[in-house]
Design a binder for this molecule. Structure first.
Ligand SMILES: NC(=O)c1ccc[n+]([C@@H]2O[C@H](COP(=O)([O-])OP(=O)(O)OC[C@H]3O[C@@H](n4cnc5c(N)ncnc54)[C@H](O)[C@@H]3O)[C@@H](O)[C@H]2O)c1
Length: 338
């Protein structure tokens, strides 16, 4: 049976790589990655075991390293556990690490690969929609530390990214919606046509195209600004206030991004976005204790002293970067949610 396979190429000179999208391509992982060596497969307890096993069965020699699911695991202890397992397995510089999971696994395994023996080959097999459309490409790896999200990390590009759309079938609906929020984010700042396609429920019709379109937006941004010194900041749209909301607990990262985008839009865009978010099964009501989130924002690493560079969307498909004081941002947000 001939499968419909899509390819997006990340062009970063020597660090270029292919991102392959297709249904049930996990069983053919060896065509996209060099598994003819020792491979440490990193996953978490929430990812169905069959996905890492499907890859393990194609490796010359492999170990599956699994840690408890959830953002709480994205810490130094888990990092140490992964590295210890890699060491015990006898992983050498010529060997490889494969992440099989969502953004937490990808960020953790990527950071372990970036630092183990000063960097060994890293492959990413994202299994949540959020990681398939966003976190698996671009090379940002990180762990949380000292109560600050993603404060320790490295830019470390994968050698290849393999996106199997079939794995989304086991993902809980709320996680799927959280991933859609990141797609809405990218469409809002960069692709008015995709935004209209989303309003027409693209995710129900053609998930591979949705993933491809989102990845092309992110790819273009990363190619222009790999280390986040300029344009890449637009990928943080919705994240400044989103991280504040996330610190309140209970909501998923993507749900927080959804809420974090709303006050950063013009009234007309906000109306369209709010309608789309509801359709995607995402929240549109900012939690009443949002002011506690402001406190966390003060500690957010994206803040530069008392000033932040925030992304605003006045018209769908465009963005505006604005430097403003945190206090000014807080009052802007409050004005737009009340
Ligand atoms: N590196 C980047 O550029 C970047 C970008 C955005 C977000 N992130 C990070 O990504 C993380 C969030 O990622 P996430 O939303 O994927 O969450 P996650 O990794 O915690 O995954 C969500 C849950 O889904 C489970 N799961 C994963 N795949 C599954 C599948 N196919 N079927 C059933 N269950 C499955 C996981 O076990 C987990 O419990 C955050 O830590 C965030 O900081 C990183």
């Amino acid at each position: 049976m001939k499968r419909d396979i899509k390819k997006v190429k990340m062009n970063l000179g020597k660090r270029s790589y292919d991102i392959t999208i297709g249904e049930s391509i996990l069983e053919n992982t060896q065509s996209y990655m060099n598994l003819n060596r020792k491979v440490a497969i990193v996953t978490d307890s929430g990812v169905p075991r069959e996905y890492s096993e499907a890859i393990a069965s194609q490796c010359k020699k492999s170990v599956i390293i699994s840690f408890p699911k959830g953002e709480e695991s994205k810490n130094l202890d888990t990092y140490a556990y992964i590295c210890q397992q890699m060491l015990t397995f006898g992983l050498q510089r010529r060997d490889a690490v494969v992440a099989v999971g969502g953004g937490v696994v990808g960020d953790m395994a990527g950071f372990a690969a970036a630092t183990y023996m000063r960097g060994i080959d890293f492959y990413n097999v994202p299994t949540t929609l959020l990681s398939q459309v966003d976190s698996s490409i671009g090379g940002k790896t990180a762990i949380d530390f000292g109560g600050v999200k993603n404060i320790l990390g490295a830019f470390y590009q994968p050698k290849a990214v393999l996106i199997d759309t079939a794995v989304l079938k086991t993902l809980e609906a709320r996680q799927f919606s959280a991933g859609l929020a990141e797609v809405a984010k990218m469409a809002l700042t960069s692709d008015a046509e995709l935004f209209s396609m989303l309003e027409d429920s693209l995710w129900e019709k053609d998930i591979a195209t949705l993933i491809e379109r989102a990845l092309i937006i992110k790819r273009d941004v990363v190619e222009e600004d790999e280390r986040e010194s300029g344009l890449r900041k637009i990928l943080n749209f919705g994240h400044t206030f989103g991280h504040g909301i996330e610190a309140l607990g209970n909501l998923y990262h993507g749900e927080c991004v959804a809420l974090g985008m709303l006050p950063m839009c013009s009234p007309t865009v906000r109306k369209r976005l709010s309608f789309l978010l509801s359709k995607m099964g995402l929240p549109t009501e900012i939690p009443s204790n949002y002011k506690d989130g402001f406190e966390f924002m003060r500690h957010d690493k994206k803040g530069d002293g008392d000033t932040v560079e925030a992304v605003f969307v006045d018209e769908v498909g465009s963005f505006r970067l604005e430097k403003l004081s945190l206090e000014k941002l807080f009052s802007r947000i409050e004005k737009n949610i009340l």
